[in-house]
Design a protein around this ligand. Sequence first.
Ligand SMILES: [Zn+2]
Length: 76
Amino acid sequence: MELELSQIFPCPHCRMDTPHYVMARRSERVGIACSQCHTVSLVRQNELEQHQAWWEDELRHILSSFDQNNKEEDHD
Ligand SMILES: [Zn+2]
């Protein structure tokens, strides 16, 4: 499952949203590691899901506006 491999989460070290690998799960806590700097963060499962949902929504907006721009510029 792709979501298990990389969760987008704000890394305290990188100070930006980076893909995180899920390392461990215990009840509602998830241990994730930044794929850029390998900083490990312990977050709540629902916090992670909320951020992931927010991120996917943002991505959809970005992709759809990108798609629209492409259509507008494509005159052929
Ligand atoms: Zn990082």
